[in-house]
Design a protein around this ligand. Structure first.
Ligand code: 8GT
Length: 132
């Protein structure tokens, strides 16, 4: 079973969190799901470097990486991911989607409205339970 390590950015700006939607994918359980921006960690990269690179590529956005929030391991039918989620901040709410089909800023209690990738559900629940 393929095993991949992924970083995800929980980008918070003015009490809202940036959520992005994937387009069609060869795996139906990934297609059109919402997720946090990020991606695979490349060889030799720190989590912080991978996050800053991925967010620059996917959103043309500069972020500041803050604390580690959660690590989730999830087994999909065709691969397993280990995902490290970090709280990040941005100077403003502007982004340009280069890979995703939709993006939106939601407050904590609105997050559960979206159809999240299965691996993200524990992360979303953790954010919704968190204070502040
Ligand atoms: N970035 C990100 N990926 C997630 C999340 N949740 C989740 O299951 N994933 C999965 O983790 C993998 C992330 O790798 P990626 O973004 O580099 O995937 P990709 O297939 O677009 O990249 P590739 O074309 O280089 O293979 C994908 O299979 C994605 O579906 C999430 O919240 N953020």
């Amino acid at each position: 079973m393929k095993y991949i390590e992924v970083v995800a950015a929980i980008i918070r700006h003015k009490e809202k969190y940036l959520c992005v939607q994937r387009g069609v994918n060869k795996y139906p359980y990934i297609s059109h799901k919402y997720e946090f921006p990020g991606g695979k960690i490349e060889k030799g990269e720190s989590h912080q470097q991978a996050l800053r690179r991925e967010i620059q590529e996917e959103l043309l956005m500069d972020i500041e990486v803050k604390e580690h929030l959660h690590t989730v391991e999830h087994r999909y039918p065709d691969f397993t991911i280990k995902m490290y989620a970090y709280l990040c901040t941005s100077a403003n709410d502007e982004y340009t989607l280069t890979e995703h089909i939709h993006g939106l800023w939601l407050s904590k209690n609105e997050l559960e409205r979206l159809d999240w990738a299965a691996a993200d559900i524990p992360i979303v629940q953790g954010i919704m339970r968190s204070k502040g």
